[in-house]
Design a protein around this ligand. Structure first.
Ligand SMILES: *Cc1c(COP(=O)(O)O)cnc(C)c1O
Length: 420
């Protein structure tokens, strides 16, 4: 199946007289004919359903759809993108370990990596994408367990050189984890370029309608966890009758361990109703992404020549610093454009307050056009140094172009820019 078809059909195939649409199974639990059968499911929790803290048929249909869209062996949904990032790392890292992350990533992820992980005894070493291979290699330590980056960084909009970072990670026997939220599998499939694990905030383009907060972890099945660096996946798990994930589940060891161990213990699983809403978004993901790209290009071309615009970042523009990487890794760009309004922080705020159609909201990838001011909103917690590392300037506006008529969007931007 091609992506457009997978969006509609993957993960759920109704049989004779069953519902056409993925049903909402709003039930915390499942019944069994005998105690013996229940007992056997505790021995092998992937055999059938037990409890909706870690598996539910509605959520599983969505997990299967996303796994197929990314080309992975399995996926696990989480109650937020943050939960997906957290579990993707905790699944292979513990106190005393370290990870390497690109500096240009989502502000919430910076907080998690730099502050909360530190309290948990996990060190994050941030590296710059412009650093040489030698400099990045020097950041690896014997306790390094993963490399992390975003396909299209939010909000810096830089494009990750996935092949390069996969090569560097693999040379040190660790996986590359890619946050593919901004590209979606429609525009980039990181596994094709050597990434091992993909995560998403499904809150963004996958949902698209701004109705559910969610996340997902997808496993490529390609990483060799038996390389000596990841005994937790190989050696007997005392919390599961001494099971060895790599021996029992082979290629799906990572994603099954994430569910059996971490989802069991942390319980950050989405509700069936949220998964149902996410599925509606996924059904039109491919069509919506193509239109975001069209509208995004038109708006970017309008802004780039505007006298009140100091600079613009949109990887779809030929003049963009990330254009070459975008050409290599992306089949299209989303609707997110970062640009600097003349007049710094004050100019940006005046412009934003003058907008009429575009709404001022702490969101991105909404079906409706929206704006936010990273320096004073999403990235407020970051120090000036971290702001620079994340690629954020004080006059920078993050515009998320929606699916309204692009003429209406441009007219709104034009009247607001006039007031700067
Ligand atoms: C929003 C976002 C997250 C966090 O996701 P939530 O669903 O808000 O928890 C992570 N990564 C990226 C790139 C994001 O845009």
């Amino acid at each position: 199946m091609k992506d457009e078809t997978k969006c509609l059909h993957a993960g759920y195939t109704p049989k004779n007289t069953e519902p056409r649409v993925v049903p909402i199974v709003q039930s915390t639990t499942y019944v069994y004919d005998s105690t013996e059968e229940v007992a056997s499911v505790f021995d092998e929790p992937t055999k059938s359903l037990i409890y909706s803290r870690f598996a539910n048929p509605t959520v599983m249909a969505v997990e299967q759809k996303i796994a197929e869209l990314e080309g992975g062996v399995g996926a696990m949904c989480t109650s937020s993108g943050q939960a997906a990032t957290l579990l993707s790392i905790l699944n292979i890292c513990q106190a005393g370990d370290s990870i390497i992350s690109l500096g240009e990533i989502y502000g919430g992820t910076v907080n998690l990596f730099a502050f909360t992980f530190k309290k948990m005894g996990i060190e994050c070493i941030f590296v710059d994408k412009t650093a040489s291979d030698e400099e990045i290699s020097a950041a690896f330590k014997p306790n390094t367990k993963a490399v992390f980056g975003e396909t299209i960084a939010n909000p810096a909009l830089s494009v990750l050189d996935i092949e390069r970072f996969a090569r560097l990670a693999h040379a040190h026997n660790v996986p590359l984890i890619v946050d593919n939220t901004f590209a979606t599998p429609i525009f980039c499939k990181p596994f094709d370029f050597g990434a091992d694990i993909v995560i998403h905030s499904t809150t963004k383009y996958m949902d698209g309608h701004a109705v559910q907060v969610g996340g997902v972890i997808v496993d490529s099945g390609n990483f060799d966890w038996t390389n000596g660096n990841f005994p937790e996946l190989v050696e007997p798990d005392a919390s599961y009758h001494g099971i060895s994930y790599t021996k029992t589940y082979g290629k799906a060891a990572y994603i099954i361990k994430a569910r059996m161990q971490l989802m069991r213990d942390f319980g950050v699983y989405p509700a069936a109703h949220s998964a149902f809403l996410l599925n509606l978004g996924l059904e039109t993901l491919s069509v919506r992404m193509q239109q975001y790209y069209k509208n995004g290009m038109t708006v970017a071309n309008y802004l780039k020549d505007h006298e009140k615009v100091e600079s613009i970042t949109y990887p779809g523009l030929e003049t963009d610093a990330n254009y070459a990487l975008a050409q290599k890794y992306l089949k299209g760009c989303n609707g997110v454009i970062s640009f600097e309004v003349k007049g710094g922080r004050e100019g940006a705020m005046r412009f934003m307050d003058a907008l009429q159609l575009a709404s001022n909201e702490v969101h991105v990838a909404d079906i409706r056009t929206c704006v936010l001011h990273p320096a004073s909103e999403t990235h407020r917690q970051l120090t000036d140094e971290q702001l620079v590392a994340a690629g954020i300037k004080s006059g920078m506006v993050r515009l998320s172009v929606g699916l309204e008529s692009v003429e209406d969007i441009v007219a709104d931007l034009a009247q607001a820019l006039e007031q700067v």
